[in-house]
Design a protein around this ligand. Structure first.
Ligand code: NAG
Ligand code: NAG
Ligand code: NAG
Length: 509
C-alpha cells in the first residue's frame, strides 16, 4: 500500500519533470478538408499536447474535444478558405461523390491542384506570414500534412526546424523518393492502384501505368515551385500504415508507421438503445453496415438500396445500418437504423459478426483492432487497396457496389459468417496489430522529441536519398568496368600481335 503510494508519487513527479524539461512549441498544419485526414492529424496532436508540448494548429476542422479542452493547444481557423469541393463535408450525395471522385486517374490531377491551392492559401494567412517573417511566436518543429504537393515544405524550410510530414493514407507517390526508400512498381503497389501487391502480369501492367501517370501529373503540377522536400537530415514522415495490415515495404529510419493512431482515444459510450440491440441479439449476432461519414446512405440509388433491403430481410442476423433518416421505406424487421454510430465501440461488442464497409482507412484500423471480418464495397481513392489488403489477409471479401446482385451479396455475407476462417484470420491479424513495442502515440512523441533534441545531428536519412541516379544504377561502375575490359582486350591483342609477328619473323630467318 505504502510502497504503491511512493511509486505513484515518483511516477507523477517524473512525469512533471519530463513535461517541464522537454516542453516544445510545435506548429501544425492540416490544410485538407477530409475528415479522415483530420482524424489522423488530431490524434498525432493529441499525443503531443498530452505529454506537455504546446501545439498551434492551422486547419479548417473544428478542434477535437480533447484538443479544445487543453490549455496548451491553440486553434487557428482557416475555414474561410472553404469553397466548392474544399469544404469539410459529411453525408454527401452518393451520385455527387462518385462524380467528383469518378476515377483515380482523374483524382490525381484534382488532388494535386487542390493541395497546391490550400497550401498557398495557408502560407498567405496573416498568422503564418508573421511566423515566416519572424514576427510571430517561435516554433521548435513543424508537423504538417503534405499529400500531393511539396509546397508545404516552405514552412520548416524557412524556419530551419525539423519537418514532420503526416500522411493519413498509405505512402503517396513522392514519399519513397524523398525519403530514400526504394520505389519500384514491379512489386510495390501505387497508392491509387486497386492492389497493394501486384502479382499477375495484368496487375503489374495496371500498377506501372498508375505509377507513371501519378508521377507525371504530380511532376507537371508541382514543377517549378519554390519549395522542394527539404534536404535537412531532421525530416521525417509519419505514415498511416502498419505491417500487420499493409504488405511490408522497405523504409528508412526516417519513416514511422503510425497506422491506427486515432485508436489512442478511449472508446465512446454506446447509446442505450443500440447497446440493447447488441446485448439482446440472437445467437446469429449482429452485422454493422456503414459507408463512413462522407457518403449519405439515403442517397444511394433506389435499386441498390432495394437489393440491400431484400438480402438483409432474409438474414437471421440483426443489421445495424448507418442511415440518415429516422425511417426507411420497406425497412426489414431485422434492420436497425442509426444516423451516427460509435463504430469502434460497436465493433468491439462480442455479438458483432460482420462489418460491411467502404474501406476508409480509419474504419479499416478500427475493424482490425476489433478482429471482425469484413465485406468490403470500396468506392474510390485508396479504398480498393485498403480492402484488398484485408482480402489478402483472409479476413474479407470485396464486392463492387455498381455490380451488385441479390445472390452475390447474400452468398458473400453467408460465406464470411459461416466459414470460420474469416473470423479466425481477423482475430489473428488483430493480435499481430496490437503487439507493438510502443503505441503509435508514444512513437510519435518519442520521434518528434528526438528530432527537436538532436536537430541536424539526427541523421536518419538513408544514404539512398542522396545518391545520384548514375550512382544508384551503378552506371559509372558499369562504364569503368566495360572500359577496363576493353583496355585489357586491346592490350592483350596488341601484345599477342607483336609477339606472333616476332616469332613468325624468327621462323622465316
Ligand atoms: C503547458 O506547457 C507548459 C510549458 O510551455 C508546461 O509547463 C505545462 O505543463 C503544460 N500544461 C499541460 C497541462 O500540459
Ligand atoms: C430523408 O432525409 C432527407 C434529409 O436528410 C429528406 O430530404 C428526405 O425527404 C428524407 N426521406 C424520407 C423517406 O424520409
Ligand atoms: C459482377 O458480378 C458478377 C457476379 O457476381 C461477377 O462474376 C463479375 O466478375 C462482376 N464484374 C465486375 C466487373 O466486377
Amino acid at each position: 500500500m505504502c510502497s504503491g503510494a511512493i511509486r505513484l508519487a515518483i511516477v507523477v513527479w517524473s512525469i512533471g519533470c519530463l513535461s517541464t524539461i522537454m516542453a516544445h512549441r510545435i506548429l501544425a498544419c492540416e490544410p485538407s478538408p477530409g475528415h479522415s485526414h483530420w482524424n489522423v492529424m488530431s490524434a498525432v496532436l493529441e499525443s503531443l499536447v498530452a505529454v506537455g508540448h504546446e501545439v498551434m494548429c492551422v486547419t479548417m476542422h473544428p478542434a477535437t474535444d480533447r484538443l479544445a479542452a487543453h490549455p496548451n493547444y491553440t486553434h487557428v481557423d482557416m475555414s474561410s478558405m472553404a469553397i466548392g469541393s474544399l469544404q469539410t463535408a459529411r453525408d454527401m450525395n452518393y451520385a455527387h461523390v462518385m462524380k467528383v471522385f469518378r476515377s483515380n486517374a482523374f483524382m490525381v490531377g484534382l488532388a494535386t491542384a487542390r493541395a497546391l491551392y490550400v497550401c498557398k492559401y495557408l502560407l498567405d494567412m496573416p498568422e503564418i506570414r508573421d511566423i515566416l517573417d519572424g514576427r510571430g511566436p517561435a516554433f521548435d518543429a513543424v508537423v504538417m500534412e503534405s499529400l500531393h504537393s511539396e509546397c508545404m515544405s516552405a514552412l520548416p524550410d524557412r524556419l530551419g526546424v525539423p519537418a514532420i510530414y503526416v500522411i493519413p493514407s498509405p505512402p503517396v507517390n513522392w514519399m519513397p523518393v524523398a525519403t530514400g526508400a526504394p520505389d519500384h512498381p514491379s512489386y510495390l503497389g501505387a497508392m491509387l492502384s486497386d492492389r497493394p501487391t501486384p502479382v499477375t502480369f495484368g496487375h503489374r501492367l495496371a500498377n506501372a501505368l498508375v505509377y507513371a501517370h501519378t508521377t507525371l501529373v504530380r511532376w507537371y503540377n508541382d514543377a517549378g515551385r519554390d519549395h522542394r522536400w527539404p534536404e535537412h537530415r531532421h525530416t521525417m514522415v509519419f505514415v498511416n500504415t502498419h505491417h500487420s495490415v499493409e504488405p511490408g515495404r522497405p523504409m528508412g529510419p526516417n519513416v514511422l508507421e503510425i497506422g491506427g493512431i486515432h485508436l489512442n482515444r478511449p472508446l465512446e459510450p454506446i447509446p442505450r438503445d443500440l447497446a440493447d440491440v447488441l446485448d439482446s441479439s440472437n445467437e446469429f449476432g449482429v452485422i454493422v453496415f456503414t459507408f463512413g461519414s462522407l457518403v449519405a446512405m439515403n442517397t444511394l440509388p433506389d435499386d441498390v438500396l432495394d437489393k440491400f433491403k431484400i438480402v438483409f430481410s432474409q438474414l437471421p442476423q440483426t443489421v445495424i445500418w448507418k442511415y440518415e433518416n429516422d425511417t426507411m421505406p420497406d425497412k426489414p424487421e431485422n434492420v436497425v437504423l442509426c444516423k451516427w454510430l460509435p463504430q469502434r465501440a460497436i465493433l468491439h461488442h462480442p455479438n458483432v459478426k460482420l462489418f460491411i464497409s467502404h474501406g476508409g482507412m480509419s474504419g479499416v484500423y478500427e475493424v482490425v483492432e476489433a478482429g471482425v471480418p469484413v465485406l468490403g464495397m470500396p468506392l474510390f481513392y485508396d479504398q480498393p487497396r485498403n480492402i484488398q489488403n484485408l482480402v489478402d489477409l483472409g479476413m474479407a471479401l470485396s464486392m463492387k457496389i455498381n455490380n451488385l446482385t441479390h445472390t452475390a451479396l447474400s452468398e458473400a455475407i453467408n460465406r464470411i459468417i459461416k466459414d470460420k476462417s474469416f473470423s479466425e484470420n481477423a482475430k489473428r491479424v488483430s493480435s499481430l496489430y496490437r503487439d507493438r513495442p510502443m503505441t503509435p502515440s508514444e512513437s510519435v512523441v518519442y520521434w518528434v522529441e528526438y528530432l527537436i533534441r538532436h536537430g541536424t545531428e539526427a541523421d536518419i536519412r538513408p544514404l539512398s536519398a542522396d545518391a545520384s541516379w548514375t550512382s544508384h544504377f551503378m552506371l559509372d561502375m558499369c562504364v569503368a568496368m566495360v572500359t577496363a575490359l576493353l583496355i585489357i582486350w586491346f592490350v592483350t591483342r596488341a601484345v599477342l600481335h607483336v609477339a606472333l609477328n616476332k616469332s613468325i619473323q624468327s621462323d622465316v630467318k
